[in-house]
Design a protein around this ligand. Structure first.
Ligand code: CP
Length: 311
């Protein structure tokens, strides 16, 4: 692996999942692999799980870690050929090369604008880091993708499934804020690569990009979609077609114990209780969200391990 910016960087997903599960059993097996190597983590946005699990994973591999909240640094310019006489103080061309001198791997979190669809879809932050940095880049959630979360989700389903081909449902939920499509996009793409029966359910108008959903079943009837589900992944996303807008916040789409049936409940967290999902689901044994969050460490650890092996 040379970079981990999209799921396309994975050459063999079942091997990667197996390796992640083995690392979970013996997290310090490769504790010297990252000795004298530094991971620089750059955050343009908030994080709890990604920040702590990535630091923990890097330390499990013996790496040093430096973290920069980019909003505390110089305001970066990403456009080429601009006259920088406004609020942007430093160009990505210099910044990425400079950071590369301090880092062996750079991890970046940069959410979408949710205003300029074309700009977000160009993945201008992560792709400019990839273009100008001289070390591998890891995506800690970009405008359109959250591949570390998707890998942790795949590990969680692989560990917990009792069936060769489980039914997995991605169910949209209401939310007061406009959220990105990144988690849903990567979850769908990851599930398409696994041996699962995948259904997406959401109100009409909340279709994800067809480039993501391809031929995946979409059922606008949530109750019907949830029938016989083994895993229900609940997530809000703002509108993709009327980009970044909240068009429907129907509370009837909230996940309840009655709707969940016997399925396991998944969510990437953070989650708003009694808006996205009711307490009785999160507080039940059917919720696997804490296990999912734990698997974030081993998902990123297996990615860092493969990147270190290729340095
Ligand atoms: N799921 C996830 O990425 O969590 P954080 O935003 O807290 O990192």
């Amino acid at each position: 692996m040379k970079n981990y910016t999209t799921l396309k960087d994975i050459s063999n997903i079942s091997e990667l999942i197996k390796e992640g599960i083995l690392l979970k059993m013996n997290p310090f097996e490769f504790k010297d692999l990252g000795k004298h190597k530094t991971l620089v983590m750059l955050f343009f946005n908030s994080s709890l799980r990604t920040r702590l699990s990535t630091e923990k994973a890097a330390k499990n591999l013996g790496m040093d870690v430096m973290i920069l909240n980019v909003n505390d640094a110089w305001n970066l310019e990403f456009e080429d050929g601009t006259i920088m006489n406004m609020d942007k103080s430093e160009h990505i061309k210099e910044a990425a090369q400079v950071i590369s001198q301090y880092a062996d791997i750079i991890a970046v979190r940069a959410f979408p604008t949710l205003k300029d669809k074309a700009k977000d879809e160009s993945e201008f932050v992560i792709n400019n880091f990839k273009k100008y940095a001289t070390v591998p880049i890891v995506n800690m959630e970009s405008s359109t993708a959250h591949p570390l979360q998707a890998l942790a989700d795949a590990i969680t389903i692989s560990e917990l499934t009792e069936k060769a081909k489980p039914k997995v449902v991605l169910s949209w939920a209401p939310h007061p804020k406009a959220l990105p499509q990144a988690v849903a996009n990567s979850f769908v793409e990851m599930m398409q690569d696994l041996d699962v029966d995948l259904t997406i359910t959401h109100p009409q108008g909340y279709e994800l990009s067809e480039k993501i959903t391809k031929s995946t079943t979409i059922n606008y009837n949530q109750e019907d979609a949830l029938k016989d589900a083994d895993f229900v992944y609940v997530k809000n996303w703002s509108n993709y077609n009327d980009y970044g807008k909240i068009l429907n916040n129907d509370e009837n789409w909230m996940m309840t114990k009655a709707k969940l049936g016997k399925a396991k409940f998944m969510h990437c967290l953070p989650v708003r209780r009694n808006v996205v999902v009711e307490d009785s689901v999160l507080d039940s044994d059917q919720s696997v969200v804490i296990k999912q969050a734990n698997n974030r460490t081993f998902a990123v650890q297996v990615v860092l391990k493969q990147l270190l092996e290729n340095l």
